[in-house]
Ligand binder design. Structure first.
Ligand code: UGA
Ligand code: MN
Length: 345
């Protein structure tokens, strides 16, 4: 009987010991993973380093670039729930978006932010066309759930259109895209970070598949854009992985008759190969894409994407300006009963 009890007791003790050891091992393992291979954490470190480096450089060298990096300060566990998991060894999409203050701004930004949140390894460089960063955009970015960099630069007066001029009289987003490129050149090390840069205007409509197409770009990738070039779509005509021509009904003589949303570039090209390539403010509207692409590539080198340029993953859309509401609000202000200004739109 005693033998039996001793046997049972040792069995229970053994079982308990095994459990304790197992538990401990699991904890250790988890801790290690959190510390060394948690991609979120590694990204955090990387970007925090960038931030310090960048701010240091900014103070000592460049006073024009009024940028700052804003990393989400959400605890890691919460953050991984909100953002799709990232891996530092995967290709990062750097999207440069010029934006400016207007009635529709927050709605447009919300719409594209919701799209971008579905893209993994995504870094949004949002550049305000303003003298100072606005509270609205600052607040918006801090809640939209993306890794982002918030910059600003006001388009110089000679490059701005007057109130009487039509929208297309002057190119838009030029200085802002250049500042975004400058930030990438200063803050991203192409030997450590693989990436692609894309100029994503704030009013277009993006299919998340577009960003997956971009990840395999070695030089400059290209695809069609709907509702551009005075046609249902315009862009490259491709055969067997080469661009054989362009479909376009607006200034078709341009060397690269495509829209800003119709191409993306490997960051190595921007940082190492062509560190001086930039958008030229003096060129005529419509020639911005051509004058930029001419500096970095040739038509023969372009890499067709989107099923040999047969699929549309981006639309050049424009949200209707709510004129009735703008005028109505003016009336309310005159009457002294404006819509509560604390309610942000
Ligand atoms: C077309 C192209 O799709 C643009 O990429 C190109 O910059 C533009 O023509 C041009 O010719 O400059 P469109 O739809 O006519 O675009 O231009 P917008 O969408 O009004 O502006 C392009 C970007 O610049 C947007 O992200 C917009 O928010 C920004 N923008 C516009 C500014 O930063 N400041 C402005 O005063 C106006
Ligand atoms: Mn647009």
């Amino acid at each position: 009987m005693l033998k039996y009890v001793i046997f049972l007791c040792s069995f229970i003790i053994m079982l308990l010991l095994t459990k304790v050891i197992e538990n401990r091992f699991e904890n250790e393992h988890f801790k290690e993973e959190e510390q060394s291979t948690n991609p979120e954490k590694m990204l955090d470190v990387q970007f925090t380093m960038e931030k310090t480096q960048h701010l240091h450089k900014e103070r000592s060298i460049n006073h024009r670039a009024l940028d700052s990096i804003n990393i989400l300060r959400i605890p890691l566990r919460k953050r991984s729930k909100r953002i799709v998991q990232r891996r530092p060894d995967e290709i990062t999409i750097f999207a440069i978006t010029p934006t400016y203050k207007r009635f529709l701004q927050k709605a447009e930004l919300t719409r594209i932010c919701n799209t971008f949140r579905h893209v993994k390894n995504f870094h949004w460089i949002l550049v305000e066309d303003s003298r100072n960063k606005t509270k609205l955009v600052e607040h918006f970015l801090s809640t939209c759930g993306l890794i982002y960099t918030h910059l600003n630069i006001r388009t110089p007066k000679p490059l701005r259109r007057s109130r009487k001029q039509p929208r297309w009289a002057k190119s838009r987003g030029v200085e802002q895209r250049n500042l975004g490129l400058e930030w990438i050149r200063k803050n991203v090390n192409p030997n450590q970070t693989k990436g692609v840069v894309y100029f994503a205007d704030d009013d277009n409509t993006y299919d998340v598949r577009l960003f997956e197409e971009m990840r395999s770009i070695h030089g400059v990738g290209i695809w069609p854009v709907a509702f551009t070039g005075a046609a249902r779509w315009s862009g490259p005509i491709c055969r067997d992985g080469k661009v054989t021509g362009f479909h376009n009904n607006w200034k078709p003589w341009r060397k690269f008759p495509i829209d800003m949303a119709g191409f993306a570039i490997n960051i190595r090209k921007i940082i190492s190969q062509y560190p001086d390539a930039s958008f030229q403010p003096q060129v005529r509207p419509g020639l911005m894409e051509t004058s930029f692409l001419e500096q970095i590539t040739r038509v023969e080198e372009l890499e067709p994407k989107a099923d040999n340029c047969m699929k549309v993953f981006v639309w050049h859309t424009r949200t209707e300006t709510p004129v009735i509401n703008i005028n109505g609000e003016r009336q309310l202000i005159k009457k002294g009963h404006p819509s509560n200004p604390s309610v942000e739109t």
